[in-house]
Design a protein around this ligand. Structure first.
Ligand SMILES: Cc1cc2nc3c(=O)[nH]c(=O)nc-3n(C[C@H](O)[C@H](O)[C@H](O)COP(=O)(O)O)c2cc1C
Length: 165
């Protein structure tokens, strides 16, 4: 029987939605915005790739696959703190994580996010240059502009993993 797969996502500016659409299309999966997924529905699925931490942490399904979309380069980012904060050790052990890269267009940010990014800039600028990571430098270089790292090929590892379940 073909696997029943749900891809649920939340997305503020569209990057995560785009990745979710790519993944759902490649896997012939059902696609939902996380706000519209009724928790009970999850138990009907063999696999769920879910961006919307609460939905996953509170409603386990058979195979959990979590993908994150951020601005930081996944190859040089340590996600352990954020994962430990949001996942119990039990759920962590049952979950497969993938990290993808989105983008940002400062012109499109809402006022609250604009302030948050300005605070982030201030925090980085207060670090001595010698202590700044590559991501910090990139943040400062791209601050107030538009960057896009969305890359469809980066879903390949997710697709291969789910097909191998
Ligand atoms: C207020 C704010 C905070 C952010 N914090 C992070 C962060 O901690 N790490 C990261 O990698 N990206 C961060 N980003 C970048 C977003 O994750 C990135 O723009 C992503 O593509 C947004 O996806 P979405 O459009 O699906 O919401 C942040 C963006 C904003 C506006």
């Amino acid at each position: 029987m073909p696997k029943k797969i749900l891809v649920a996502y939340t997305s503020k500016y569209g990057s995560t939605r785009k990745y979710a659409e790519w993944i759902a299309s490649a896997l012939n999966a059902d696609l939902f915005a996380a706000q519209t997924v009724k928790p009970k529905i999850l138990s009907q699925y063999d696999a769920g790739g879910i961006a919307g931490v609460k939905l996953v942490t509170q409603n386990p399904c058979k195979n959990h696959i979590v993908f994150t979309v951020g601005l930081a380069d996944p190859n040089s980012t340590d996600y352990s703190a954020i994962i430990n904060k949001n996942f119990t050790p039990e759920l962590f052990a049952k979950t497969k994580f993938f990290h993808l890269r989105g983008g940002i267009d400062y012109k499109k940010l809402g006022p609250v996010h604009k302030v948050m990014m300005a605070m982030m800039k201030g925090m980085i600028q207060r670090k001595p240059e010698s202590e700044r990571e590559a991501d910090d430098k990139e943040f400062l270089d791209t601050y107030n502009s538009k960057v896009n790292f969305e890359d469809k090929r980066t879903i390949d590892s997710i697709i291969a993993y789910v097909k191998g379940l």
